[in-house]
Design a protein. Structure first.
Length: 171
């Protein structure tokens, strides 16, 4: 009987550890603490990027465009607030766009438009670029750490009926 109880405790301990480890933040604790210390929010940097040059930020959002060159990769990102686990929230709550640069190659077949990312990076300035018929001032961030979120697409068995008004959100 004791053996069975011990095995049960071990099983539930391992399950608890697996669940807890799957809920970890995707950016290192050191960079999160540095970003929290500086407490640099996107709207402030958008208004005055020069005032925040050299500061560490923790931002996320959806990739709009990715470009590779011999110097690395550049992404234009639609910024969205992050939840408590660092997951980007709805694009409807976006406060603007920013440019994220990485000094190495990122495959555009993986970092597709509409993919969600979370990054920690250093504010290095701003750039003005054409956006439609206007000029937009993009804050520019040099990526220190980057996390690409898995794209969620619910799978339903073809032979089963399901209620489309109940269940996971459809994107």
């Amino acid at each position: 009987m004791k053996l069975r109880a011990t095995r049960t405790v071990i099983f539930f301990s391992i399950a608890l550890l697996l669940i807890a480890s799957s809920c970890t933040y995707p950016i290192s604790k050191q960079l999160r603490e540095e970003a929290r210390k500086d407490n640099v929010l996107f709207p402030g940097v958008l208004n005055d990027p020069a005032a925040f040059k050299g500061r560490i930020v923790l931002w996320g959002g959806k990739v709009i465009e990715i470009t590779n060159s011999k110097n690395g990769t550049e992404m234009i990102v639609l910024e969205t607030p992050l939840d408590f686990l660092g997951v980007p929230q709805s694009a409807q709550s976006s406060r603007g766009r920013f440019i994220a640069r990485m000094p190495k190659f990122l495959d555009p077949a993986i970092y597709l438009a509409d993919r969600e990312i979370t990054l920690a990076g250093e504010v290095i300035g701003a750039e003005e670029r054409e956006l439609g018929e206007t000029t937009y001032k993009y804050p520019v961030v040099l990526i220190k750490e980057l996390h690409l979120w898995e794209k969620y697409s619910p799978q339903y068995p073809a032979d089963k009926w399901y209620d489309p008004l109940w269940g996971p959100k459809h994107y």
